[in-house]
Design a protein around this ligand. Structure first.
Ligand code: GTP
Ligand code: MG
Length: 303
């Protein structure tokens, strides 16, 4: 019998290519939030999948992009640290044309190749390629010349198509070793973190322009009394300016109420019990632009 394998796989790629969607699909459960907006993921999240003979530790990372603000520098540093710590890299790209891929993927490929680890490439969103797999061949040819990938796998993270072909490619690259997490564990993040992320997802979906990038969510209370009593969660939404606070609250509180309802419903489904969710909005001056501001909204170097 072959040895048990266990190792860390960093999921890396441009913002919005579907890294978190792919992670959730591989785990069969939502641990990472997903929105149509780039730069959704801000922190590394570890997702754990345990199969007979193997435990995969997936590090979902923020998209690699050119950072301008302190927040973005932190996000890119997180992604680069994950690459440095990984045994294997799962690079995600989307199904563009070869010319587009060559133009936009250069910096990501350089970062990924620089990690010096074996790389599996998942070419995601193949459902958007109207002409079907034949149209993918020039793209796959482009990628196979761009880097000596251990494997190139076209996938659709949204429907799950092709995703089961990714795991065996990763498995053979993982080092031998015992499982590090209990087999029923899905993530290294506590429910408290996931609750804040769910609120942030609903907020990103409900707002536009700069608002999704100017908001952070901290949890003030997370109490789990004995069932059937409800889980009590209070959270603060941090914005940078008074004008943003007005938008997040909405006319007569409508936006905040809608965000609260959607987040509560999702958390109730996740926790399989009633949730009482209270949301507050606070102006945390220019929190995205300084390290001190990041600490104020709970984004610290230790996280
Ligand atoms: N059509 C299509 N859309 C997809 C697919 N996978 C993901 N998406 C969509 O792409 C958008 C971004 O997905 P995410 O999973 O948040 O992408 P990400 O790479 O984690 O993005 P960041 O965290 O911002 O770096 C969402 O609207 C997803 O629903 C796919 O296979 N096909
Ligand atoms: Mg993400």
């Amino acid at each position: 019998m072959s040895e048990h394998r266990c190792g860390v796989i960093a999921i890396a790629g441009r913002p919005n290519v579907g890294k978190s969607t792919l992670l959730n699909r591989i785990l069969g459960s939502k641990v990472a939030i997903v929105t149509p907006k780039p730069q959704t993921t801000r922190d590394r999240i570890l997702g754990v999948r345990t199969d007979p003979g193997v435990q995969y530790l997936f590090h979902d990372t923020p998209g690699l992009h050119r950072p301008h603000k302190a927040l973005n520098r932190r996000m890119v540093a997180e992604a680069e640290a994950a690459l440095a710590d990984a045994d294997v890299v799962l690079m995600v790209s989307d199904a563009a044309t070869p010319a587009e891929a060559a133009r936009i993927e250069g910096p990501v490929l350089a970062a990924v190749a620089g990690a010096g680890r074996p790389v599996v490439l998942a070419v995601n969103k193949i459902d958007l390629v109207r002409k079907g797999m034949a149209a993918m061949l020039p793209l796959i040819d482009h990628w196979s010349r761009a880097h000596p990938f251990a494997a190139i796998v076209p996938v659709c993270a949204l429907s799950g198509d092709g995703v089961d072909r990714v795991l065996p490619e990763l498995r053979r690259l993982l080092p031998e070793g015992p499982a590090l997490y209990p087999e029923d564990e899905l993530s290294d993040r506590p429910m408290r973190f996931i609750a804040a992320e769910v609120v942030r997802e609903k907020l990103m979906m409900a707002t536009a322009q700069e608002i999704p990038y100017s908001t952070a969510v901290t949890i003030d209370e997370f109490a789990e009394p004995e069932p059937p009593r409800a889980v009590r969660i209070s959270a603060t939404i941090h914005v940078e300016r008074e004008s943003q606070k007005r938008i997040v609250v909405g006319r007569g509180g409508a936006v905040l109420r809608a965000v609260g309802t959607e987040a509560r419903q999702e958390l109730e489904a996740m926790l399989e019990r009633k949730v009482m969710l209270k949301l507050f909005v606070k102006v945390s001056d220019a929190w995205t632009t300084t390290d001190e501001g990041l600490r104020r909204v709970g984004i610290s170097d230790e996280s």
